[in-house]
Each structure stands twice: as structure tokens, then as C-alpha cells.
Ligand binder design. Structure first.
Ligand code: NI
Length: 136
């Protein structure tokens, strides 16, 4: 009997979507306003979900206080009020799309969560656009 437990957090960050291998014209065609050289911001909503069997003793899959502290320490402190392209080494050679941000967050958190628990990242870049990683 597996249960999924989620913690929602929030951060603001700026980014620019850009492929340095392409000329500026192609970047503008593909990424539109998101390729604006002077960056733009998003209010990201992050949902971190862990799935597993509740512990016999506590009834918890994972203590949400521990999950919340982990997400704030490892992710929010790193991402909040940052320029993702310039401030985070993770995106020095990786386009900071919502897809790639979700993968980076998963990679950072995975070692901190018990191996028997599944980890899923849901990242809202806008109220209407969000990604999930892994997809299944
Ligand atoms: Ni954007």
C-alpha cells in the first residue's frame, strides 16, 4: 500500500532560454520573448513528492517537516531570487527550461531521500504551464 506525500514550496527566479549553438534569429524564432537577452522572471511553484509505504511506527512515508526543511535548504536557498543562467553553475551549459530545472532539482534531492522512496518533481513555471519529472 503505497502513499504519495507532497510538499509545496515557492521561489522567484530569472532566466533566459537560449541555445548558444544557434544564431540569434533562430533563438528568437524558437523561444520568442523567452530569448530576450535581458532575462525575465517567473514565480515558480515547486511540488516535491515522495511515494512509499508508511512506516509501521510513525505512519509516515516521510516526515513533512523533514521534507520541507530539505527542500528549503537544498533548493529554495539555491534558486530563490537568482538569475538561473548566471548564478547557478547547473545552467552554465544547460538551457533553464522548466524541464531542465525539474531534472536539476531531482538530481540535487535524490541523494537526500531514502532509496526505497520514489521521488517526483512537479514544477509550475506559470499557473497554466507545468512539468513533471520523472514522467511516469
Ligand atoms: Ni521564461
Amino acid at each position: 500500500m503505497k502513499v504519495r506525500v507532497s510538499r509545496k514550496e515557492h521561489f522567484n527566479a530569472a532566466h533566459r532560454l537560449y541555445n548558444p549553438a544557434w544564431p540569434d534569429q533562430k533563438n528568437r524564432e524558437v523561444f520568442g520573448k523567452c530569448a530576450n537577452p535581458n532575462y525575465h522572471g517567473h514565480n515558480y511553484e515547486l511540488v516535491v513528492s515522495v511515494t512509499g509505504t508508511p512506516d509501521d511506527g510513525t505512519g509516515y512515508v516521510m516526515d513533512t517537516k523533514i521534507l520541507s526543511d530539505l527542500v528549503r535548504r537544498e533548493i529554495i536557498d539555491l534558486f530563490d531570487h537568482k538569475n538561473l543562467n548566471l548564478d547557478l553553475p547547473h545552467f552554465k551549459h544547460l538551457n533553464p527550461t522548466a524541464e531542465n530545472i525539474a531534472r536539476v532539482i531531482w538530481d540535487i534531492l535524490r541523494p537526500h531521500i531514502k532509496a526505497e522512496l520514489d521521488l517526483k518533481i512537479t514544477l509550475y513555471e506559470t499557473e497554466r504551464n507545468f512539468v513533471e519529472y520523472p514522467a511516469d
